[in-house]
Design a binder for this molecule. Structure first.
Ligand code: ADP
Ligand code: MG
Length: 431
């Protein structure tokens, strides 16, 4: 891996000029739609003091230093070092440690930030693995993924855990189906005649600095509670839509029918939700909603639940098609990706005009399927492209989306590239 090797040498040099010493080890963790050369890389040296010093090769991210015994995560202003602190604190708390040793860390990331490729989770996971290694402790990949999923929530985003799971459980050469309760990853063999291309809309959306993401999580949470109540389940403990399905022991298709019976397509007001659940507005705010969604006035419960259950069904269909590998596999997978984008756009409302335009351009130039990837509201699309059409696809999309505007200012490599499944997070010793 010559590219990685160059990066390690560069990191060693910058580390030496910052901290006056040589890193003891390095940790890397990939983003999601996991790409071998796009990852978070951290050079680490444990120190005898209790000071945690963080530096970054990118001058946009200023140096930071804190006592390892007093970690404060600022969710009102999610500066970069807070993501590191999430992973650090998660491991610290897991082992019940209060007196952690300090370290010097130099971070070098090349995942486009706030673009739906999970740069944030790669940083949290990398920091978690760094901390574990410094402590000389061991955890399984699944445990690490669960701890990091939980600890990224310290930043204020109510993420589900998909990003952290794939960052640890990824394996080179195979896509993974991620399932929860219990967390597990199953291989999905992608078709050999096609490639997956990531195209960045160049619209950035920081998930912790805005409330869009959490509003959707809360809408899903409320929809789950109303569905549970409708089906006479114990609704107060229910947080996720999947739990209702599991509890009822029915298929996703049946769950879609229940949703149609139980919920109406007109948006719900906080008052109506309180009435349905038999709780006060105060209880809704303090016991169910997150701090940054307290003042939301409109909840589209029906649309969000329909999106989530239909998307889950599409994921299973995608896996089934990959297993059966029919002749028109690329076409079929592409159609599912198109349906997925439509549902994200119309039912979950997490797309944006630039993403819709980019998806259209990708389809026009030979992708049987194209959709937004990650949380949405900006960031990247992923398209399935028959391998023989790749050169013309790249050239045409480059011309139609990037060259026609000042978007080509973004380095080309970060805007439009082919991706294949890469390996998960790991520790290594030498540059
Ligand atoms: P994403 O979709 O990439 O996960 P988020 O909005 O969740 O987007 O997180 C983006 C944040 O992650 C950035 O604002 C920054 O604080 C942090 N981040 C991303 N890349 C780096 C990096 N190379 N170094 C330090 N922090 C980074
Ligand atoms: Mg993120």
């Amino acid at each position: 891996m010559p590219v990685l090797c160059d990066r390690l040498l560069k990191l060693k040099e910058i580390f030496n000029s910052k901290f006056g010493s040589i890193p003891k080890f390095y940790v890397r963790a990939p983003g999601r739609v996991n790409i071998i050369e796009q990852d978070m890389l951290i050079a680490v040296e444990p120190v005898k003091t209790h000071t945690l010093q963080l530096a970054n090769t990118n001058p946009l991210y200023p140096d930071f230093s804190t006592s390892a015994n007093n970690i404060q995560i600022d969710r009102t202003n999610p500066l970069w070092h807070n993501y590191f602190l999430c992973g650090f604190k998660g491991i610290q708390e897991h082992f019940g440690l209060s007196n952690l040793t300090g370290m010097n860390c130099l971070v070098d990331g090349n995942i486009p930030p706030s673009s739906g490729l999970s740069s944030s989770s790669a940083l949290v996971c990398c920091a978690g693995l760094v901390t574990l290694t410094v402590l000389g402790m061991n955890l399984s990949k699944v445990e690490l993924a669960e701890i990091c999923a939980k600890s990224e929530r310290y930043i204020g985003t109510e993420g589900g855990g998909m990003d952290q799971s794939i960052s640890f459980l990824a394996e080179e050469g195979t896509a993974k189906l991620i399932e929860f309760s219990p967390l597990r990853a199953t291989d999905v063999k992608l078709p050999s005649g096609a490639v997956f291309v990531i195209a960045n809309s160049c619209v950035e959306m920081n998930k912790a600095a805005t409330s869009h993401f959490n509003v959707r999580v809360m809408e899903c949470r409320l929809a789950a509670k109303l569905l549970a109540k409708y089906k006479s389940l114990q609704w107060d403990k229910v947080l996720r839509l999947e739990e209702v399905q599991t509890e009822l022991g029915i298929s996703l298709e049946e769950m879609l029918l229940v949703t149609e019976d139980a919920l109406h397509s007109e948006p719900y007001s906080p008052e109506e939700i309180c009435k349905c659940l038999g709780i006060s507005l105060e209880e809704l705010r303090t016991q169910i909603l997150s701090p940054n969604t307290q003042d939301v006035l409109i909840f589209k419960l029906y649309q969000r639940a329909k999106h989530v259950y239909s998307e889950a069904a599409r994921v299973l269909q995608f896996k089934k098609i990959c297993e059966e590998a029919p002749d028109n596999i690329v076409q079929l997978l592409g159609e599912l990706m198109n349906q997925s984008h439509k549902s994200c756009r119309d039912m979950y409302e997490c797309s944006c005009p630039e993403l819709d335009q980019l998806v259209d351009i990708c389809r026009k130039f030979g992708a049987p399927g194209s959709r937004l990837t990650g949380a949405g509201w900006g960031g990247c699309t992923v398209s399935i492209v028959p391998a023989d059409k790749l050169p013309s696809f790249l050239a045409n999309v480059q011309e139609a989306y990037y060259q026609r505007s000042n978007r080509s200012l973004v380095p080309e490599k970060q805007s439009l590239f082919v991706t294949k499944p890469g390996g998960g997070a790991l520790v290594f010793l030498e540059a």
